[in-house]
Design a protein around this ligand. Structure first.
Ligand SMILES: NC(=O)c1ccc[n+]([C@@H]2O[C@H](COP(=O)([O-])OP(=O)(O)OC[C@H]3O[C@@H](n4cnc5c(N)ncnc54)[C@H](OP(=O)(O)O)[C@@H]3O)[C@@H](O)[C@H]2O)c1
Length: 328
């Protein structure tokens, strides 16, 4: 099969190859998916470069956790009626070396989720890391219907997913952006208030929109940088949820007394340690949301497999607005 792979950590241009690998066969409890589209996330880049100091997990890695395609074989113990089923996949390269950037992918059957006929493979390939992380950030502390939310970094992969899911769930959503093109996609996703983070006074805008009370929840792409702003935007008993940093040695400073007096809650979310029940609920919700057309991800560009280096670079420069996908 054709596949993209790397055998050392480093820049995509230095380590990524496209070539032929043996077709994988599904083991007991596994399905084999003929992949149509793979979805790229910054985390895939971090695995490739060893962002947190972790070594290469396997001697050869076919990247990408997210994707969509059709089951073409099943292993022992898996319902043979699943052959031919359209699916989206999650954690395709978690705990195993070969992920979604290949013609064929084998993985535990439960990680291949039936994809409703109304949902394209492209949308299916965006439902893993982004939508499930966003879902956990939004719902870990209960229902959000009628609540006021601030999404810091609203035009990012997770940020946009959070806006789409929050609107689906009946919340009021403010989002920060850095430029007009981001404001446009955030508006399209349904944000109620758009704040330019370099030009506007975020605290003032939030205060003005919430009668001075602040928002109930903040989902933040960079809490280490935004902590003071967030605390000043947060209502009493509000929750800040953090899911990212670009600095592996980042440390968090908080205005302690203000948060204590307001009974603020700080939560951290990591895709790979979301509790099982919450993960399963997220799978159900994001699939439903996609099926009814409420989950409409912004697709930045679809690269052919042979241009996977350019696809990785498009994610890393941050220039791509929306999801970068690779067509297999
Ligand atoms: N915890 C988890 O399980 C988990 C899951 C998924 C992703 N992540 C991490 O989350 C991060 C974002 O992923 P993504 O796919 O959403 O990436 P993305 O599509 O590149 O989006 C990042 C967004 O954040 C904005 N941003 C950057 N710094 C900001 C700041 N200080 N305040 C407000 N907005 C800011 C960027 O805007 P500009 O263009 O203006 O910089 C961009 O729109 C990555 O570090 C990724 O590894 C973590």
């Amino acid at each position: 099969m054709r596949a993209a792979f790397y055998e050392a950590q480093g820049a995509a241009a230095d380590v990524m190859q496209v070539g032929n690998l043996p077709d994988p066969q599904p083991g007991p409890g596994e399905v084999r998916v003929k992949v149509s589209v793979a979805g790229l996330c910054p985390g895939d880049m971090k695995f490739r470069t060893g962002f947190a100091g972790e070594p290469l997990a396997f001697p050869r890695i076919v990247p990408h956790q997210d994707g969509a395609g059709i089951i073409d074989r099943v292993g022992e113990g898996v319902d043979p009626n699943r052959v031919g089923q359209r699916v989206w996949v999650y954690m395709a390269q978690s705990g195993q070396p070969f992920g979604a950037a290949a013609e064929y992918l084998t993985l535990p059957a439960e990680r291949a989720v039936p994809l409703p006929d109304s949902v394209s493979f492209e949308t299916g390939a965006t439902l893993g890391v982004n939508a499930i992380t966003a879902h956990r950030c939004l719902f870990a502390d209960g229902d959000i219907r009628g609540l006021r939310l601030l999404i810091q970094g609203g035009a990012g992969g997770v940020g946009l997913a959070a806006i789409l899911l929050a609107k689906w769930a009946g919340a009021w959503v403010a989002a920060t952006v850095s430029r007009k093109a981001q404001a446009d996609v955030v508006a399209k996703a349904g944000a109620d208030l758009i704040i330019y983070r370099y030009e506007d006074d975020i605290v003032e805008r939030i205060s003005g929109a919430t009668d001075g009370e602040g928002v109930d929840r903040i989902i933040d792409v960079d809490l280490a940088t935004n902590s003071e702003t967030d605390v000043n935007c947060l209502a009493a008993n509000g929750v800040v949820v953090a899911y990212a940093t670009e600095n592996p040695s980042a440390e968090l400073r908080l205005p302690f007394l203000r948060s204590m007096f307001q009974s603020h809650v700080f939560r951290f979310v990591f895709y790979y340690s979301i509790p099982k029940a919450a993960f399963e609920q997220a799978i159900r919700d994001v699939t439903t949301c996609a099926e009814i057309g409420a989950y409409r991800p912004e697709i930045a560009k679809i690269f052919p497999l042979k241009e996977i280096i350019a696809a990785h670079e498009a994610v890393e420069t941050g220039d791509a607005l929306g999801k970068v996908l690779v067509s297999i």
